[in-house]
Design a binder for this molecule. Structure first.
Ligand code: GLY
Length: 427
């Protein structure tokens, strides 16, 4: 088989690595990929950007690919899957309409309310004065979200009403997130443990991935600004097989069924549900994403033992009810390295050293934002840089291995959190 993967981050590298390991696969093309993808056997980067949809369609036709897999939300929201489908090329991912669950937080909240899927109380605003008067009647902490796509950074957990007001003004004035912030959702803050619950869906049936926990904040102890994710691990102790069943029954399957039967938008692709679990075990949906998580894909792909290609083909053919995924019993933990200024603006082009010194067979370094310069050196690009991911007999063991390896890597201004997995270790 020949497969085309659209993406360039750590999630794309992890998926490409897993797909290329299948005996069924001759070649994986990645558009545009990164330096890490280029180093994988059977993998070739192609210089087409993720949103150059017509070029991707032409390439897929020319190479007669068997199917495409879309990584980032941007491509899905732009209609990548719709265009491939029109051309008769199989593409696993959500249609433009189905991607609304991620593209618009207000659509997602209204959907959740309409179908009585548990979520926090909320209001939507596009007018600054109305939003500020609403905040005058509320108490902190309170959550302010940009309605549109903001690469995971458009969520502000405000610790004071003053901070919430500033976020509202910044977003609605268009000072941050551009159009994505032209509408805001203000919602109740919920205490608890967060879980990333990701499934594959064929429109009717689902195949759940192992639950995962992500660290979205930049600073240790889950402090500081929201990022795309500074690390992730799996399993999540709190999410027992019984709780996973409840998540499917109370949240995931009702979502897939309502999309198909009520909204008349079959949901095919990855569905990522961010769920808050409170002390009493109550579940609430924090967000939907129409794609795999990043960095969640990195530990999840490390634990996947069955053939990812077979699962995707089964999803494309509407046979997920018969699919069973096999998982490594071991834990996996991923630590993300990024430039110190991330997620603000920063210089790309720093040379990455030490990658060839990683010798632990249980560690895989997925590249998140790298490219090969003219001198053949691997250098940083924008965003997150590397996702150092380890398998271990326990979260502690996986954590030791990931940190044992990441400390051998260096680039100017390297930053990573030192406490990924701390909630699982009770420290
Ligand atoms: N790690 C969070 C996300 O992928 O949105």
């Amino acid at each position: 088989m020949r497969i085309l993967v659209v993406g360039k981050g750590g999630r794309a590298h992890a998926m490409v690595w897993k797909l290329a390991s299948s005996k069924k696969v001759l070649k994986v093309y990645v558009a545009p990929g990164n330096a890490g993808c280029a180093l994988e056997k059977k993998v070739q980067n192609i210089s087409i950007e993720i949103d150059e949809i017509e070029k991707l369609v032409s390439f897929a036709k020319e190479k007669k690919i068997d199917f495409a897999l879309a990584g980032p939300a941007v491509a899905l929201i732009k209609g990548l899957v719709d265009r491939f489908t029109q051309e008769g090329i199989r593409c696993f991912g959500t249609s433009q309409k189905a991607s609304q669950l991620e593209a618009s937080k207000s659509y997602a909240k209204a959907f959740l309310k309409r179908y009585k899927i548990p979520t926090s109380e909320y209001e939507v605003f596009s007018d600054i004065e109305t939003a500020l008067s609403y905040l005058d009647k509320k108490e902190a902490p309170i959550v302010v979200k940009a309605d549109g796509l903001a690469s995971g950074k458009g969520v502000i957990v405000a610790q004071s009403i003053r901070e919430a007001k500033k976020a509202v003004i910044d977003m609605l004035n268009g000072n941050c997130f551009g159009d994505a912030g032209s509408r805001v959702v203000i919602e109740e803050y919920i205490e608890g443990e967060e879980c990333s619950f990701i499934v594959m869906s064929d429109g009717n049936n689902i195949l759940p991935m192992v639950p995962c926990q992500d660290h979205k904040r930049k600073g240790e102890g889950d402090t500081g600004v929201n990022t795309g994710g500074m690390g992730a691990y799996s399993p999540v102790k709190l999410v027992t097989p019984e709780l996973s069943e409840r998540i499917v029954k109370e949240i995931v399957q009702p979502t897939i069924d309502a999309m198909r039967e009520k909204e008349l938008i079959p949901y095919k692709g990855f569905l990522y549900t961010g769920i808050m679990i409170d002390n009493e075990g109550n579940l609430k949906v924090l967000e939907y994403n129409c794609r795999f998580g990043d960095p969640e894909a990195q530990p999840v792909m490390m634990r996947l033992q069955s053939d990812f290609v077979e699962h995707i083909v089964a999803a494309l053919e509407g046979r997920l009810d018969k699919e069973v995924a096999k998982w490594d019993e071991r834990a996996a933990l991923c630590v993300v390295a990024a430039p110190r200024e991330y997620p603000e603006k920063f210089q790309a082009g720093a040379v990455i050293r030490g990658l060839d010194t990683i010798d632990d067979p249980n560690v895989k370094v997925f590249h998140s934002g790298t490219f090969l310069n003219d001198e053949g050196e691997i250098v940083t690009t924008v965003g997150r840089t590397l996702s150092v991911t380890a398998l271990g007999d326990s979260i502690q063991d996986a954590q030791n291995r990931a940190y044992g390896s990441i400390k051998k890597i260096d680039f100017e201004g390297i930053y990573y959190r030192k406490d990924i997995g701390y909630r699982a270790l009770g420290v």
